[in-house]
Design a binder for this molecule. Structure first.
Ligand code: RBF
Length: 334
């Protein structure tokens, strides 16, 4: 106990020394916090750290859904000079930071869910979403052919995505597809692109057509628009698997599984390391199941209730294979 208090004091003093004052953290949300757990947990990680350091401050800005405005908004956020550290999240942000960084050579940035090495003021951490997709795909495939209520013999599963981007096209979709094909190579993945991260009504329409076309499980990766997907799954009595967060309570009878990102923890730890002068700026790291930042929530009562034990055992074997390094997924260049 005493040792941890001393460690905290050292960390706080070190942090204060690094900036000459208690850290001022800016959280730049490229979108909206509400309805996108990946952004909400980012802010929560920063808020948690700040609550532990006397005098530290945090400000969260939501840049909204118009991506054409993000560069200008991030520039003025940084130009305010109010932040020792700016943290953000999504795969399109590192490039934007790289651009802006030239004009603000003293500003330190952290970008989670992104990958870019070589900028001495930027640290990035990318989730190995091949793993996350694979586990969800494998579960979806097993359920789809199980004969369970709400399934059909078609080897078809669906996805609704906000937009296409390299991590989606080179990691999430391939991981999900590989998981499906590990069940049966005949599986087909039917993908619909929403074109934004908020239109729940359009997402509902797309879901209806996916389910009507034979998909019995949908993976929505479309931000707050997922509300529409959940509604339709409940209406038609079909299934969902989720990314990012524990979503079971939103539809306990329809959600089969959640492969989550521990984004709050990663935000907290990377900010803390930065404050302590220990974060390797300039580096791009990849984290996954082994490191504990991707987790499949296999203890949730809804998972245990919805998914037969024979399927859960197979999923468990795959998770163990990933954690032990027996089953590996090489991150592609993005
Ligand atoms: N995910 C969300 O949940 N909400 C968003 O508003 C959102 N906006 C994004 C915007 C861009 C330009 C990109 C590249 C990705 C966005 N994502 C969003 C997806 C997010 O980065 C991540 O891939 C997914 O949350 C799956 O983990």
């Amino acid at each position: 106990m005493r040792r941890s208090i001393i460690a905290s004091i050292i960390a706080i003093v070190a942090g204060t020394a690094l900036w000459g004052q208690a850290p001022r953290i800016g959280v730049f949300i490229p979108g909206a916090r509400e309805g996108s757990p990946i952004y909400d947990t980012l802010a929560k990680g920063a808020e948690r750290l700040v609550s532990e350091i006397p005098g530290a401050s945090v400000r969260v800005i939501e840049a909204g859904f118009n991506q054409a405005e993000w560069e200008e908004k991030l520039t003025s956020f940084v130009a305010s000079g109010k932040f020792d550290l700016v943290i953000t999240s999504n795969p399109s942000m590192p490039e934007l930071i790289n651009k802006i960084s030239k004009s603000f050579p003293k500003q330190k940035f952290i970008c989670l869910d992104g990958y870019l090495a070589g900028n001495p003021n930027l640290y990035t951490a990318l989730y190995n979403q091949l793993e996350q997709g694979y586990v969800n795909g494998y579960l979806s495939g097993l359920v789809s052919i199980s004969g369970m209520k709400g399934t059909n013999p078609d080897k078809k599963v669906g996805m609704i995505i906000g937009q296409n981007y390299p991590v989606m096209d080179k990691m999430i979709i391939p991981g999900f597809t590989q998981g499906l094909k590990a069940v049966d190579p005949a599986f087909q993945l039917d993908i619909r692109v929403l074109g934004n991260w908020y239109d729940a009504a359009k997402a509902a329409d797309l879901s209806r057509s996916l389910y009507a076309g034979g998909a019995d499980v949908i993976l929505p990766i479309c931000g707050s628009a997922s509300q529409g997907v959940v509604k339709v799954a409940q209406e038609v009595g079909k299934y969902l698997v989720f990314f990012d967060d524990d979503e079971f309570d939103r539809a306990p009878q329809n959600i089969l599984g959640c492969a989550v990102l521990h984004q709050e923890e990663l935000a907290y730890r990377s900010l803390k390391a930065a404050v302590e002068g220990k974060l390797p700026f300039g580096k791009a790291e990849v984290v996954g199941m082994k490191e504990g930042y991707i987790e499949f929530l296999d203890k949730n009562p809804a998972y245990i209730k919805n998914v037969p034990e024979s399927i859960r055992k197979k999923v468990e074997a795959v998770i163990q294979a990933i954690k032990s390094g027996q089953l590996t997924f090489q991150v592609p260049s993005l």
